[in-house]
Design a protein around this ligand. Sequence first.
Ligand SMILES: NC(=O)c1ccc[n+]([C@@H]2O[C@H](COP(=O)([O-])OP(=O)(O)OC[C@H]3O[C@@H](n4cnc5c(N)ncnc54)[C@H](O)[C@@H]3O)[C@@H](O)[C@H]2O)c1
Length: 263
Amino acid sequence: MKIILVGYGKMGRLIEKRAVEKGHEIAAVIDPGVENKLSGQGARVFKSVDAFEKEEKERGTPAECIAIDFSHPASVERNIRDFAERRIPLVVGTTGWYDKLEELSGLVKSKHSSLLWASNFSLGVNIFYKIASYCAAIFDNYGEYDVAGYEIHHKQKADSPSGTAKTIGGIMLKNMKRKNKLVWDKLDRPPEADEIHFASLRSGAEPGVHGLIFDSAVDSIEIKHTARNREGLVYGAILAAEWLEKTTRSGKYGVFTMEDVLG
Ligand SMILES: NC(=O)c1ccc[n+]([C@@H]2O[C@H](COP(=O)([O-])OP(=O)(O)OC[C@H]3O[C@@H](n4cnc5c(N)ncnc54)[C@H](O)[C@@H]3O)[C@@H](O)[C@H]2O)c1
């Protein structure tokens, strides 16, 4: 598989390393913030998709690639449009753009291109989603238990709450009839009975903690996922790219998530 890496920060660099170890080729790196002409594994570095495309045309090599985007929330919309226009399948790990998901999904489909997005590519978190929906359905029957959520991430993280927290919040609302609203901001009042309070904490180098607390007057049950490092995310992102490449090659296009990858 030939990969275009969009965003060459913490995730991009690790994906490059692991993808090359798995025998994939890095066709190019696109990151306006990188000054080097070559990446750590010797791939060409470009400031934009246009610059990459121009050089590809001059070299006369058609770009049969798959792109993986771990960049910045502010650049995702442009990146999705750019790759959909060129019908290059795109895996998006960048979070903080989901208010545009519907519109951009429509665009990708109208161009007969492919997009696979996930707020979290780790297998453990995707298992956590299933456990969370199971717990929500059980606790929905026991009104004496309230539910709250929290997430903790490193202090460089650009968006808040995390995309994973939003997904978990959505799972709670879907599975708890007595809860109708997520509150992400600080509360200067007691929560309403139908609200779920979800808190975000930013500190140090934490790669990611997500938890849910089911709390009653007599006891408390907590479920929590702690990422030890970024390896699980990187593994999942490469797995998603491999799946999307195979799916696209079989003639299937559209918008997919990690649920499709994990069956
Ligand atoms: N879905 C997941 O599983 C998952 C996992 C980890 C991180 N993330 C998300 O991925 C994103 C990146 O994370 P990170 O830890 O690698 O961040 P990072 O800050 O280390 O790296 C981001 C890189 O993107 C580059 N960039 C900025 N604008 C760009 C553009 N227009 N085109 C290409 N590159 C551009 C920056 O120069 C930087 O090198 C964040 O949104 C983060 O929340 C998602």
